[in-house]
Design a binder for this molecule. Structure first.
Ligand code: ZN
Length: 256
């Protein structure tokens, strides 16, 4: 049976600027269970050749000019500024920035919130890995500052959220609650108590973006919960760590 095309969620918001931005789902690759099938996470037990094949299929399907730059993710707030064709960096970074066409960038997730940022006027894009640790460290606000240092303006920066674990499924312990509560004045309002305590990473990151001045039509949300939809998404929490990784990719258009 032929393998289906990679399943992707495209950013409609970024498309209006001619910027390529998408979030991969789990269908349409060649990895075997429990990584089935469009896994992009290396060194987690999947066959590395399957991951390479998944990348080749993704590039062919999306017409990316190269594989995206990817870094070692460690739930910190380090960043790298990428240039040229993509590859796997040995550097640790949870924020990747690109100012060049033909220089796609990506981060990997399985429950964590992927956030893609773009200033279409100054032509600066960023990919941000916002798990609960990154959210507690206000990683998206760090990314905005870095983009401004490269010439971006807050009034022009747009954000697209990918799927992440929702407050329906993300129960947290007291220490996590404390750190997330401290990340924004109103974070407590979106931390729910119903027996256990549940956090909503997307809502907290939204609050942080709004506080920084990014709001309204500048933000595109995604309300799918990764843990609720095993047929569409990997979920580290649901699958007890034995699962694949999605890719969130953003690429500037080629110069005209
Ligand atoms: Zn859920």
């Amino acid at each position: 049976m032929p393998i289906a095309n990679p399943e992707l969620i495209h950013s409609e918001l970024f498309r209006t600027f001619g910027i390529t931005a998408f979030f991969t789902e789990r269908q349409g690759g060649v990895s075997q269970a429990p990584f089935d099938s469009l896994n992009f996470g290396s060194h987690i037990g999947d066959n590395e050749r399957s991951i390479a094949t998944n990348m080749e299929r993704l590039i062919a399907h999306t017409r990316l000019t190269s594989q995206p730059h990817q870094a070692k993710q460690e739930h910190g707030i380090h960043h790298i500024i990428c240039r040229g064709a993509g590859h796997l960096h040995k550097t640790s970074a949870d924020i990747l920035i690109s100012q060049n066409p033909n220089c796609p960038i990506a981060i990997r997730t399985a429950d964590c919130l992927p956030i893609l940022l773009a200033d279409p006027i100054e032509k600066i894009v960023a990919a941000v890995h916002a798990g609960w640790r990154g959210t507690a460290k206000r990683i998206v606000v760090h990314a905005l500052t870095l983009m401004q240092q490269q010439g971006a303006s807050l009034k022009n920066i747009h954000a697209s959220f990918g799927p992440s674990i929702g407050s329906c499924c993300f129960d947290i312990q007291e220490d996590v609650e404390k750190q997330l509560s401290n990340s924004h004045l109103h974070a407590n309002d979106v931390i729910q108590k119903r027996g256990k305590t549940y956090a909503d990473l997307a809502s907290i990151n939204l609050l942080q973006l709004q506080e920084a001045g990014i709001c309204g039509k500048q933000i595109e949300l995604n309300h799918a919960c990764t843990a609720c939809h095993p047929e569409r998404f990997y979920s580290y929490r649901r699958d007890h760590g034995k699962t694949g990784r999605h890719l969130a990719v953003v690429a500037l258009p080629e110069a005209i």
